[in-house]
Each structure stands twice: as C-alpha cells, then as structure tokens.
Design a binder for this molecule. Structure first.
Ligand SMILES: [Fe+2]
Ligand SMILES: [Fe+2]
Length: 308
C-alpha cells in the first residue's frame, strides 16, 4: 500500500456497481426434527458459538425493521428506498427463521428463554424508541440507530461471506439443514450488504458518528456473543461443566470452523477507512449462486410458483 495521502475524492466511498442486485425476501422454512443438538458432530463449542445467532437475531433483526420503517420518510432516492424495502423484507424473514430454531432447542433440553429475555430488553428497551421530544433529539436518536445498524451489517456481511466459504463445516459433517439456514441467511446478508451503509451515508454520513457507533456495536457484539456461548455451554444438558473460552474460539478459528480472530481484527480498519464501501467485501455472484442451489430457497420458490 502506498503511503501517499489520498486526495479527498479518492477517499470517498466508491461502490462497485456490478455488486448491486435487486433484493427479494425468500419465504423459506426449515424442518428441524432431524437436526441433532450438536449439529457440528462432537463439537459443542462451535455448535453453540454459532447457535448464539438464534438468540441475537430474532430480536436484533426485528429491531432493524422497526428502525428502518421510521427512516423511510427521510429517503430521497427511489432506488435506495426500493433497496431498503427489500432489506426490510429479507431481515424480517431472517428473524423469523432463527426464531423457529428455538422451540427445537427447548425440546432438546436447552431452554434459551433466560437469555433471550435479556436480548429482548436490550433491543426493545435500551435501543428502542425513547420518549424524546419530536424534532432534533428524536432525529438524533434515529440517526444513531441507523449508524449502529450500518456497523452491525458490516459484521453480518463478514459472517455471511465467511459461512459461504467455510468448507470445513461440510468436511466435518455439519447438519445440512443448519448449514442451509446459515448459508441462505449469509448469502442474503452478502446480497444486501451495501444497503445499511448507503442508507446511513444518505441520511447522515457523519464520520465521527460512524466511528462512535462502530465502537458501540463491536463491544456489544463481543459482549453478547461470549455471554450467549457461555449460556449455551453451561446449560447444555449433555455436558458436565461445559465452558466457553476465548482460547477455544481462537483454536476453532484456526481449524476453519469459526472465523479467525485475525480476519475479524483486519475487518476493523476497513470499516473505519473513509473510503470504505461494503461492495468491496464479499461476492454477490457467490451469494446469488448459493441462493440458486439452496434447498430452502428452491423450495420457497417452488411454493411461490405453486401459489401463483
Ligand atoms: Fe439478516
Ligand atoms: Fe442484514
């Protein structure tokens, strides 16, 4: 990389036009009866670390939708409005699909309610609509949340790209239904990875807000994720003295069944670079190719055609 300072125009985000795609929600459904508790065989730690998604996403993605419905009125670009509406449809479906895993976990003796109650409080109360006077304070809080979502979406795209390429999960015999849920979701995250950032840049775009909300989102994600993994490991009925540790997280990253700490660390300066644009991360072509072969997405398409 050159040390020459970039000219101002070079530092502005430059989207890659060919990475854009029209968004549509696929009305998928999954049958969980055959999925074992440890859906990655003999690896409860990786299973439960990834299972944290089922705890965070139902409330988190419902919250995205709630915030975005309020921001629609500030969008003055028709294409961006269509993208945001497509995004809302996809996130609502993601939230529902992960929510539907929870009764299955309960049947297997792992009741997530104590943890999900905390997550619901986090998104609905702490990050919910505050009783603020209309005008500036209310708009400030809305923009803060729009920026938070853009930062979180940097990570959902990162994880989506990761899971699409995590061949080690296949090699180790991961449950095909769970893999399809993760990759269908991951592929749609890659498909819509630019929407939250484009929206933030359109309605606000303040760099100091981007940095501040990134720090909040990153700390909250690490905090909630390690608590969730610990919760699952400690409450797994098949484990005696189950524990989650950062050491094991690093080890599983090296084995290719979780993202590596190094890849996660390298993604930080990319988001904080003034020239960052999400279209430079991941591949829409790969995402679309997965969705064209995903069993759940294909079944959804067939049902839609049948109903038409
Ligand atoms: Fe999502
Ligand atoms: Fe998303």
């Amino acid at each position: 990389m050159s040390n020459t300072p970039l000219a101002r125009s070079d530092r502005a985000p430059q989207p890659i036009a060919s990475e854009w795609t029209a968004l549509k929600a696929r009305k998928v459904s999954f049958a969980w009866e055959e999925t074992p508790l440890h859906w990655l065989p003999d690896d409860p730690f990786t299973t439960h670390t990834i299972n944290v998604l089922h705890l965070l996403l139902p409330a988190g993605e419902r919250w995205f939708v709630h915030v975005y419905k309020q921001v629609l009125q500030y969008i003055e670009d028709e294409q961006l409005r269509a993208d945001v509406i497509g995004f809302i449809g996809q996130e609502a479906m993601h939230s529902q699909a992960h929510d539907e895993v929870l009764p299955h976990l309960r049947e297997q003796g792992l009741d997530p309610t104590p943890y999900t109650a905390q997550i619901d409080w986090f998104f609905e109360k702490l990050l919910g609509d505050r009783t603020l006077p209309p005008g500036k304070p209310r708009k400030w809080w809305l923009m803060e949340r729009v920026a938070l979502i853009a930062a979180i979406e940097h990570y959902t795209a990162f994880l989506g790209d990761w899971v699409l390429n995590a061949d080690e999960l296949d090699r180790r015999g991961a449950d095909p239904t769970m893999l399809d849920l993760l990759r269908w979701h991951g592929a749609e995250e890659v498909e819509h990875r630019s929407v939250a950032f484009d929206l933030f840049m359109h309605v606000d775009g303040s760099y100091s807000r981007r940095v501040r909300t990134w720090a909040t989102a990153f700390s909250a994600l690490v905090f909630l994720w390690q608590r969730g993994a610990r919760f699952f490991m400690e409450n797994d009925p098949t484990l005696v003295d189950g524990k989650a540790s950062f050491k094991e997280f690093f080890a599983k990253g090296k084995q290719g069944v979780l993202p590596t700490a190094g890849a996660m660390a390298r993604s930080i300066p990319r988001y904080l670079n003034r020239a960052y644009h999400p279209s430079h991360e991941g591949s829409t072509e790969q995402a679309v190719a997965y969705l064209a072969s995903s069993p759940a997405a294909l079944a959804a398409e067939a049902r839609e055609k049948g109903a038409a």
